[in-house]
Structures are given as structure tokens and as C-alpha cells.
Design a protein around this ligand. Sequence first.
Ligand code: ATP
Ligand code: PRP
Ligand code: MG
Length: 224
Amino acid sequence: MNKITEPVITLALSKGRIFDDTVPLLAEVGIQVTESPDTSRKLILPTSDPHLRLLVVRASDVPTYVQYGAADIGIAGKDVLYEHVKEHPGGLYQPIDLDIAKCHLAVAVRKDFDYEAAVKQGARLRVATKYVNVAREHFANKGVYVDIIKLYGSMELAPLVGLADAILDVVSTGSTLRANDLVEVEYVKAVSSRLIVNQASLKTRTQYLQPFIDAFAKASQGNK
Ligand code: ATP
Ligand code: PRP
Ligand code: MG
């Protein structure tokens, strides 16, 4: 009988690009993920390592699972982490940049909107975003007055239907902006995903967690 004598480490991550980019990192350290969240409805996935299981959660919920200790470790984008930490500081270490799910946060407007002129004139801008804290800070630093309109997705639609003058969203290839006749007018910050760790877990379960943290650090070297 294969008896598990050490505690199981729980890793929270989102399906889609973060899951897809994490599978090769785990493979590099000899861990296979035997089921895919695309084909399985299971939310707790086993791995080939009996000491590691995965929780499949929404991208923006990953820091919450780790902060409360429901997961020991997690993988989340810096965009999500920035917003989470602003609203719920403490309880999380962010030890490793995994250099996966790379993109950047940017301000974009309709092609026919003169952003520079609007800023120069001191116009009050309506900005649609799910990154309300990043947006507040970005425009405050520029001295631009904004009304933030919180959205949960499809931000690119907002300027097309008169909901907003500008959006602040993640951009990777730029194809979503192009497909919707929007242009990037400001680069806000680079984004990639980090390994995050529950502080209490790290203190009380160091001997079990540290090997996984070291393995992720080593595997992510290949992405640098
Ligand atoms: P949800 O689907 O739950 O609303 P989401 O759209 O943020 O969440 P994903 O699209 O899987 O979920 O994005 C997860 C993370 O991947 C983001 O937080 C960001 O860091 C990064 N990301 C988002 N879009 C891109 C992209 N087009 N290219 C590369 N990385 C991206
Ligand atoms: C993300 C993001 C942008 C797009 C940017 O959407 O919200 O819309 O990617 O990538 P691009 O510059 O390469 O076009 P995603 O594909 O995650 O769809 P979603 O709306 O379901 O989050
Ligand atoms: Mg997305």
C-alpha cells in the first residue's frame, strides 16, 4: 500500500493560460498532472506526486485561497496580486517570479479619441477596468481626474458603446485592441505570474513546502 506519511501540499491556480504554463514547470521537476480542468469538472486535481494536489479556482480568487491557508501555495498574475494586496494586505509571500503568462497593463482608447489632448485640457476621463487600484494610482500619479467604472471582463467593449473614454486592461499581442479599433496610449506595468505562499504554512510546514518552492525556482529559470 502506498501510504502517504507527509502532509499534502495544496497549490491553487486558475485554468486556462496559467494552468497551461504551469504543467511544463511541474513536468520539469518530474510531476505530471493526470487530469485537465478542460475535460474534468473536478476542482481538486491530483498529480503524480501524492504530496501535491491542485485547486482550480478563478484567477482573482487564487490570492484569497492562499491568504486564508485553504491552499499553501498558489500561482497568480501580478495584476491580480496588486489589486488583492491593496485591499487585503498581509499573510502572503511572493517569493518567485515564474515568468509565465506574460503581458502588460496598458491604457487604450478608440482610434478617434485624442487622449493626449484630453489629458492636456484637464478633462475628466471615464476609465473602464477591473484593475481599479492600479488605475486610481496610475491616473493620480499623472494628475488626471478619472471616474473609474469597474467591469469584470470584455473591457475593450466599453469605449465602443460610450460607456468609457478609456480602458486599463492587460495587453499581450495587441490583437484584441486591433480587432476593436482601439489603440494603446500608455504602458502601465509589466505583468507575469508569481508563486505565492501562505506565510503561516511556510513557518509551520517549511520542510514540506521548501522543496516545492525550490523546484519552482529551478524550473522557472528556463523562462528567464
Ligand atoms: P477570469 O476568467 O476568472 O475572469 P482572467 O480573465 O483574469 O480571469 P486569465 O485570462 O486566465 O483569467 O488570466 C490569468 C492571468 O494571466 C491574468 O491575471 C494575467 O496575469 C495573465 N493574462 C491575462 N491575459 C493575458 C494574455 N492575453 N496573455 C498573457 N497573459 C495574460
Ligand atoms: C485577455 C485580456 C485581453 C486580451 C489581451 O483576454 O482581457 O482582452 O487577453 O490579449 P491580446 O493583446 O493578445 O489580444 P482573455 O483572452 O483572457 O479573455 P477573457 O475576456 O475571457 O479574460
Ligand atoms: Mg482573461
